[in-house]
Design a protein around this ligand. Structure first.
Ligand code: 9WO
Length: 239
């Protein structure tokens, strides 16, 4: 049993034309163990099961012409209606390059709720009317075009599941990591102390915990300032 209160565990319902892509990488390691233990639940639903015709058609040619195919609103809407309760608290999200870009505050928000219903598009995407009719949220995992929303759904779920109670072992490793502090990570080192002629920064083997903490913070700040001026501006603002 995963959940403390005896209710349902955090649940992801994924609507997709390729249910075989799930749990995929979420079936191993941290997320996979948590899934097996019932700390979260995953239901991959085949949108094609909601097709109406003998050929199980899910797409059609775009009005106005042009290349590619569009996912039919009637089929996708039936799949949503059968698997999503708008009053149930789960957010209904379409993974799309047009969406709000996923970040750690959104991940924390999603982890704090009862779960998500994710719609994965294929071809050129969903008919706009089904997005409008269901007031779907759109979320992007970055400015790239994929062949479908499924890998983006896997990214989102990986980020959320590791924050669920009981999934990640050490509480402090969550708090210290990149984006929880608002900074990128400082450099890490382990044995051997000299590798291929390369040494480890002296401070890390000094045994001075205060100096180590200060060095790590300085490194994290320098890396953030150099590589991500956008994150740096937000960090400085909050000081
Ligand atoms: C195809 C395309 C072709 C020419 C010009 C623009 C174009 N955009 C798309 C497109 O967005 N196709 C999507 C493929 C349709 C919906 C599912 N697909 C998708 C989702 N690709 N990339 C994502 C995605 C989702 C979340 N975060 C990043 C990318």
């Amino acid at each position: 049993m995963g959940e403390a209160d005896g209710g349902l565990p955090w649940t992801a319902v994924v609507l997709t034309l390729f249910p075989g892509m799930f749990p995929g990488p979420l079936g191993v390691s941290l997320a996979g163990r948590a899934l097996a233990e019932g700390l979260w639940a995953l239901d991959a639903v085949d949108i094609r099961d909601y097709a109406r015709d003998r050929h199980r058609t899910v797409d059609d040619t775009p009005f106005g012409g042009g290349a590619g195919m569009v996912m039919r609103p009637d089929v996708v809407s039936d799949a949503i209606a059968a698997n999503h309760d708008p009053a149930g608290g789960r957010r209904l999200i379409y993974l799309s390059p047009r969406g709000r870009v996923l970040d750690q505050p959104l991940v924390r928000d999603l982890a704090a709720g009862p779960g998500v219903t994710l719609v994965c598009g294929r071809y050129e995407g969903l008919d706009q009317r089904v997005i409008d009719a269901w007031s779907m949220e759109e979320v992007s995992v970055g400015d790239v075009v994929l062949s479908g929303g499924e890998p983006a759904a896997l990214v989102m779920l990986d980020a959320v599941v590791r924050l669920l109670p009981g999934v990640t072992g050490k509480a402090e490793s969550l708090e210290e990591e990149s984006f929880e502090t608002g900074l990128l990570e400082y450099p890490h080192y382990t044995r051997p102390q000299v590798w291929d002629g390369r040494t480890v920064p002296e401070v890390l083997v000094s045994g001075h915990h205060g100096r180590v903490a200060r060095w790590r913070r300085e490194q994290a700040e320098a890396i953030t300032r150099d590589r991500r001026p956008d994150l740096w501006a937000r960090y400085v603002e909050k000081e």
